[in-house]
Design a protein around this ligand. Structure first.
Ligand SMILES: [Zn+2]
Ligand SMILES: [Zn+2]
Length: 305
């Protein structure tokens, strides 16, 4: 009984230590710095881990402050082998609103498809929190894609964030505004603009990096809870399935017996990495409705002229 009371109070105290994220999105932070200027330098990324959008829990888990701190290569390199993370259930990358990107796996020892099992717990921006309160996405982050105008333009668009190997992450659209598929999905994939088994491709260089990842899947409407529509299983693994590059700091949750070394540079000659700014302004679908209304009024006025 005495032990029970001790554990009860320890449990109670640790529960109290959790800081919940603001449900309206006001606790998002994101900052990048370089940890040196040589080609072995790091890109250090810190973030609260709280999303910059509405995040009322649609599963039993509320989002809590995570204080993420990742260091990836500022000058990424291709590894001598790929590192499979299909069944890893934790951050494989971090996006510019400070939210971590997970892979396709559902959780703990279950490597099955999270979209099949849990899409009914993704909020309208496409994310949810895990049992530790870590808010994350498995699928395209609709609200961030809208804030960066990628959803509206259906464009390849800006870099959304960074994979742990230092290569950039983009949204679901290719260069010809096509939704990206794995190249092996021959019935759907544009063979000159599709992703390999890791979830990225070498087919075009848009930013000085010789490789980048894409988050696959259709974008949701951005207003319906839970997320609607959510990607079909055709888009599995939706996210990063293996790393092509070397991880500067391998997190504890990525276990492998292989050792990795750089086999070639992951960037064009003359490449100079840049610091990306965060996208921490609170996403508001109300603003989108207002903008839509203004556009309709302007269109009508132009037609009536
Ligand atoms: Zn999840
Ligand atoms: Zn691309």
């Amino acid at each position: 009984m005495k032990n029970f009371l001790v554990w009860f109070f320890i449990g109670f105290a640790s529960c109290q230590a959790q800081t919940y994220c603001d449900e309206s999105g006001n606790d998002s932070t994101y900052q990048e710095t370089f940890t040196g200027s040589s080609t072995s330098s790091g890109r250090n990324i810190t973030a609260s881990g709280c999303p910059n959008h509405y995040n009322h829990a649609t599963n039993p888990n509320s989002a809590t402050v995570q204080n993420h701190n990742f260091e990836v290569y500022a000058y990424p390199c291709f590894a001598n082998d790929t590192l499979n993370v299909t069944c890893t259930v934790d951050g494989l990358g971090i996006l510019r609103n400070g939210v971590v990107l997970y892979g396709q796996a559902v959780g703990l020892t279950d490597c099955s498809d999270a979209v099949v099992s849990e899409a009914d717990t993704f909020d309208y921006c496409g994310g949810h929190a895990d049992g530790q309160g870590a808010y994350h996405y498995h699928i395209p982050p609709t609200c961030l894609l809208k804030q960066l105008n990628i959803a509206q333009e259906q464009s390849h668009g800006d870099i959304l964030g960074w994979a742990l190997d230092g290569f950039p992450i983009y949204g679901p659209y290719g260069q010809t505004k096509n939704l990206m598929y794995q190249c092996t999905d021959t019935g759907f994939a544009n063979q000159s603009d599709c992703v390999d088994e890791c979830g990225g491709h070498l087919q075009h260089t848009v930013d000085g990096y010789l490789y980048h990842y894409h988050i696959l899947g259709n974008i949701s409407d951005g207003v319906t809870n839970p997320v609607n529509p959510y990607p079909s299983v055709l888009f599995n693994p939706y996210s990063i399935a293996c790393f092509r590059g070397v991880l500067k700091n391998k997190p504890f949750y990525i276990s492998t017996t292989k050792s990795f070394s750089c086999s070639s540079n992951g960037y064009e000659s003359g490449f100079v990495p840049e610091i990306l700014t965060g996208v921490t302004t609170v996403y508001s679908d109300a603003n989108n409705y207002f903008l839509g209304f203004v556009l309709i009024v302007v269109s009508i006025m132009l037609i009536l002229q």
